[in-house]
Design a protein around this ligand. Structure first.
Ligand SMILES: [Zn+2]
Length: 107
């Protein structure tokens, strides 16, 4: 699933699912899903950010180039740049745990 190039279903095939804003239910909304792997697209305001946002962030951290490469490599392995299905807060959690794994000094 991590390497799926997601392709949204047609407008008429969308599925009605709970829609959340900041963890609060806001009723049902039609969601697209991927016709290849079936994952439902995240349409909440808590959007995932592109990989570039996080590599910029890493570049400003007090870590070595080797650490930076290890972190980016692992993020790519876990499908971190899957902005289709991940939320921004899920991304933050993954990012922080991977950074802590390779760069123990960074908070
Ligand atoms: Zn997919």
């Amino acid at each position: 699933m991590a390497d799926c190039k997601h392709k949204s279903c047609g407008a008429g095939e969308k599925v009605w699912m709970p829609y959340e804003v900041k963890g609060r239910r806001r009723g049902l909304k039609p969601h697209s899903y991927c016709v290849h792997c079936g994952v439902v697209k995240n349409i909440s305001p808590d959007r995932a950010k592109p990989m570039g946002f996080y590599t910029n962030k890493l570049a400003r951290m007090p870590i070595t180039k080797v650490q930076l490469r290890l972190v980016v490599k692992e993020l790519e392995c876990v499908g971190f740049d899957d902005t289709y299905s991940l939320t921004g807060s899920e991304q933050e959690k993954i990012f922080n745990s991977v950074v802590q794994k390779y760069c123990k000094c960074v908070q």
